[in-house]
Design a protein around this ligand. Structure first.
Ligand SMILES: [Zn+2]
Length: 260
């Protein structure tokens, strides 16, 4: 059986449906990687006989300093992505965009604009399938097709991958590694996908963000755009420095769960 992030959080006593998910995750993230790797149930039910050791999935950056990574999933989306880019550009901020391969292929100029404006463009699969439920060959195809599409469009090869729904098994990690992709999750869920209203989205992000946070938003809905300006301004007022999430991967001082 696939062990999803939500199932693990549940087993850790944190509800994936709780608005305080990001806060719970900060503590849970410390043990999540180790727990996934050593969970006997996960290992026993795995179809892969040997689990390959490897780096844990990245959930946050260093808690020292004041860096945060704002990330946007599921684009590019004509009509929304441009507005997000404008808000970032007005303030000179860098973010990360986890693009769906087939959407980038359908809107290559928009994908190119994201890259040209200095943001990290990352892999978010080709069709946005729940990868933990797919066989290796299909997962590999989802990742590779997206790498090929983005590399051709941008003339730049992504180095980070986020599985749709955060659903990825530890014993699938080697499929990402084969393509030189690091697996990146998040520590603050804006829950903008549920469209709870722009005030609620802003409140969730502003309440939960701290140094090292990786914040997940989506480039899908107007509500995200409508609260983005004030969210950015308030985070800036708190002296946070916005960095591409890929800079956390290059940072040897990143917080990794111990014992993995
Ligand atoms: Zn997604």
């Amino acid at each position: 059986m696939a062990v999803t992030r939500a199932q693990f959080l549940k087993s850790l006593g944190a509800s994936a449906g709780n608005a305080a998910l990001g806060v719970g995750l900060t503590a849970a993230a410390k043990v999540l990687g180790a727990t996934v790797a050593s969970n006997p149930a996960a290992r026993a039910s795995s179809k892969t006989p040997v689990e390959e050791p490897g780096p844990p999935f990245l959930e946050s950056g260093p808690s020292e300093g004041n860096r945060i990574a704002l990330t946007f999933d599921d684009g590019p989306t004509p009509g929304i992505t441009e507005l997000i880019l404008d808000r970032l550009k007005e303030r000179g901020l860098a973010a990360s965009f986890f693009m769906i391969g087939q959407r980038a292929a359908a809107a290559p100029d928009l994908a190119r604009r994201v890259h040209a404006e200095g943001h990290a463009v990352c892999n978010h699969s080709y069709t946005h399938s729940k990868l933990s439920e797919l066989p290796d060959v299909q997962v590999e195809s989802e990742l590779a097709r997206t790498q090929e599409a983005l590399t051709e469009i941008l003339n730049h090869r992504p180095i980070a991958f986020r599985p749709p729904y955060g659903s990825f098994r530890k014993n699938q990690a080697h499929l990402a590694r084969k393509l030189d992709l690091s697996v990146v999750l998040w520590s603050v869920d804006s829950r903008d996908w549920a469209q709870p209203g722009e005030d609620k989205i802003a409140d969730t992000i502003l309440t939960q963000t701290k140094s090292g946070s990786i914040i997940i938003c989506h480039e899908l809905h107007r509500q995200t755009v409508d609260c983005l300006g004030r969210v950015l301004d308030q985070l800036l007022a708190r002296q946070f420095q916005f960095v591409p999430v890929t800079s956390f991967l290059e940072d040897p001082t990143q917080n990794l769960p111990s014992g993995v």
